[in-house]
Write a protein that binds this ligand. Structure first.
Ligand code: NAD
Length: 335
């Protein structure tokens, strides 16, 4: 893909997926402006790509005058900035304000500017627990959490801006993503990094519930490539597209994968009470992405876990040091 001469605004670009997305956009020749308030993103996630072609603006997307100025300079917007699912459990109003309300403001600005494309990065959490598998984009949307509901509102506003005003929008629904720069800390902490680091530190992996809940895990380079290619495909304008691995695994079986990759075959698991609002089954149907852009994930779960392990080992910090920032029941506290 050749993006030479394009000015691309990436909200949430200092975050986990956004930093990989920004890296891939730069490699395709784009000029990238990252906007992130560093609530959960980190300057170090993008430090090595900052320069003439890539700048970081530390701004809250709810600072509308500042965002207006940034949108005016953009040809294309990838909107990823958001607060996460566990955040929504302890802080629902703030979660709505960032994930839903600010999205509507950005759409209005994007329409007034006349951007070439507005790509809204939603989430498989809009589906709630799967009623049929695999889940195509037409699967009913019954989110369990305020996060899922706010992402669904952001999607609905995005589609409305396409239908009412003709804004060229694309909605992408990534399924669970993991890889370098993923979160183990605070209320952003996710199951794969937590399992991996706890196992390396000789601590038991904590499963909430019986571990039969399933997820469809995609490696971050595959997710970012899918977002870019589907987001910029001409035939995708006005559409909503799943990006996932098309592979379903139970959380208790994920623990076995972590044992295999770390070589710690006797690593223990402990079970805690269910998480509130936990989705029990997620499994993507990626037929549409395959037809549209030939999307096929390149990194298997086993390979992706090995790459993440190698990345942690290259960070120069022990698993114990990293885990100092872990909160086990990370929906209970205000981070
Ligand atoms: N990680 C996953 O498994 C996953 C799965 C499905 C969808 N998604 C979606 O992908 C996108 C990126 O998720 P991620 O996992 O990289 O999370 P992340 O938290 O690493 O990235 C989100 C970024 O948004 C920034 N942010 C939060 N509030 C902001 C505000 N008010 N103003 C400016 N910046 C703000 C954060 O600092 C962070 O860098 C999100 O839209 C999320 O809904 C993620």
């Amino acid at each position: 893909m050749n993006l030479h001469g394009k000015s691309i605004l990436v909200t949430g670009g200092a975050g986990f997926i956004g930093s990989e997305l920004s890296r891939q956009l730069l490699a395709a020749g784009a000029k990238v402006v990252i906007v992130d308030n560093l609530a959960n993103g980190k300057r170090e996630n993008v430090a090595e790509i900052l320069g003439d072609a890539c700048v970081l603006r530390v701004t809250d997307i709810r600072d509308y005058p500042a965002m207006q100025a940034l949108v005016r300079e953009a040809d294309i917007i990838f909107h990823l900035a958001c607060l996460g699912v566990r955040h929504s459990i302890h802080s629902p109003l703030e979660n709505h304000a960032v994930n839903a309300e600010a999205t509507l403001h950005l759409l209005k600005m994007a329409h007034e500017k006349g951007v070439e494309r507005f790509v809204y990065v939603s989430s498989s959490e809009v589906y709630g627990t799967a009623m049929q598998v695999p889940q195509p984009e037409t699967h009913p949307t019954f989110p369990m959490t305020v996060y899922g509901a706010a992402k669904l509102a952001g999607e609905a506003y995005t589609r409305a801006y396409h239908r009412t005003y003709g804004l060229p929008t694309v909605v992408i629904r990534p399924f669970n993503t993991y890889g370098p720069r993923c979160h183990h800390e605070g209320d952003s902490g996710e199951v794969i990094p937590k399992f991996l680091l706890r196992t390396l530190a000789g601590k038991p992996m904590v499963i909430f519930g019986d571990g039969t809940q399933t997820r469809d895990f995609t490696f971050v380079s595959d997710t970012a490539r899918g977002i870019i290619e589907a987001g910029l495909a001409q035939a995708a304008i006005g559409d909503t597209i799943n990006i996932g691995s098309g592979f379903e695994i139970r959380v208790r079986d994920l623990a076995d994968e972590v044992r295999a990759v770390t070589g710690k075959t006797d690593a223990q698991v402990i079970h805690e009470q269910d998480r509130p609002g936990d989705v029990l089954r997620l499994y993507s149907d990626t037929t549409k992405a395959r037809a549209l852009i030939g999307f096929a994930p390149q990194v298997t779960l086993r390979e992706g876990l090995a790459r993440l392990l190698a990345w942690y080992q290259a960070q120069g910090k022990s698993p114990e040091e990293l885990l100092a920032h872990e909160i086990v029941k990370n929906w209970e506290v205000k981070a």
